[in-house]
Design a protein around this ligand. Structure first.
Ligand code: 3PG
Length: 306
């Protein structure tokens, strides 16, 4: 079978080497399309692929139409909002993700941004410490749990809220559960977002929640830019001089931030959360193994479409 790695943001070379070991051992051919700039490149190479490994690359109906032989696509990572699941099902393509494999990298990035901001961007100006501060983890999945562990190491007071995780489960992780999302935002100087982007969560972080955050509030977004209501965020920035937004990717309203709030935000130019060798290896190799298993045994573990 022909397995295509199609990544607009390439894996580390060591991850490709290890992915190749898996596909070679299973007797499949590995084809690489890395750092591509146009969908047309993907459409051309996808034409004879039996399987595809992608990252945040968009797998649309157009891509699936072009990939006539495709049987399985694995998103090497957690969030699969880039896969058109209905179109995958309509094209008889199994869609999977690799949950948990890049979570630590994302959690570490949240702290890297928090530390950079707390120390005034390493500018020489005096800053502040994380010890003793409060952090609220909004959505307590794989990344949220790593964030909790790191926060405890820093001596922070850790709260969490997740509509799908029980208070008992949160407490078992040594974290104080909040009964409502409002309670979480009221309690936490730092808020770290870890929910997926879907119809329920898009634009869900709005004015009423953000205005509840205590003094020197810091909103850390290593989830998806789409979960933020950007108009509300700008309104908060207008009203509060003490608010900071740290985001793994630039918001759509980046130009306004650059014009009005220089030095009061951090935006990565390209999504960096999962961009470590370790995360690339873990998620890339997991994806390759899932594909090899699917062809060998029909295993549909981690399938996300119906
Ligand atoms: C994920 O959902 O796994 C992360 O956002 C990582 O995305 P990336 O593979 O594009 O870096």
């Amino acid at each position: 079978m022909k397995i295509l790695v199609a990544t607009e943001k390439a894996f580390a070379p060591v991850a490709i080497k290890l992915i190749r070991e898996v596909t070679d051992a299973a007797g499949h051919e590995l084809v690489l399309l890395e750092n591509y700039k146009n969908v047309s490149e993907l459409l051309a190479v996808a034409a004879d692929a039996d399987a595809m490994i992608v990252r945040s690359d968009l797998v649309t109906a157009e891509v699936l139409d072009a990939a006539k032989k495709l049987k399985i696509v694995v998103r090497a990572g957690a969030g699969y909002d880039n896969l058109d699941l209905a179109a995958c099902t309509a094209h008889n393509v199994v869609a999977m993700n690799t949950p948990g494999q890049n979570s630590n990298a994302v959690a570490e990035l949240a702290f890297e941004m928090m530390l950079f901001q707390a120390r005034s961007g390493f500018s020489g100006k005096s800053g502040s410490e994380l010890r003793g501060k409060t952090i609220g983890i909004h959505a307590f999945g794989n990344v949220g749990k790593y964030v909790a562990d790191i926060a405890k190491g820093f001596g922070m007071k850790v709260y969490a809220f997740d509509p799908f995780v029980s208070a008992e489960e949160i407490a078992k992780n040594g974290v104080t559960p909040c009964a409502t999302v409002e309670e979480l935002y009221t309690a936490s100087q730092y808020i770290s977002l870890h929910m997926p982007a879907n119809d329920k969560t898009k634009k869900s972080i709005g004015y009423d929640l953000l205005k509840k955050m205590p003094e020197n509030a810091v909103l850390v977004n290593t989830a998806r830019k789409e979960v933020i209501n950007e108009e509300a965020l700008l309104k908060i920035y207008e009203e509060r001089k003490d608010f900071a937004y740290l985001s793994d990717v630039e918001p759509d309203c980046k130009a306004i931030f650059e014009e009005k709030y220089k030095g009061k935000f951090i935006f990565t130019a390209k999504k960096m959360g999962a961009q470590t060798e370790e995360a690339n290896i873990n998620s890339g190799v997991a994806a390759a193994r899932q594909i090899a298993d699917y062809f060998a045994t029909g295993s549909e573990k981690f399938k996300v479409n119906k």
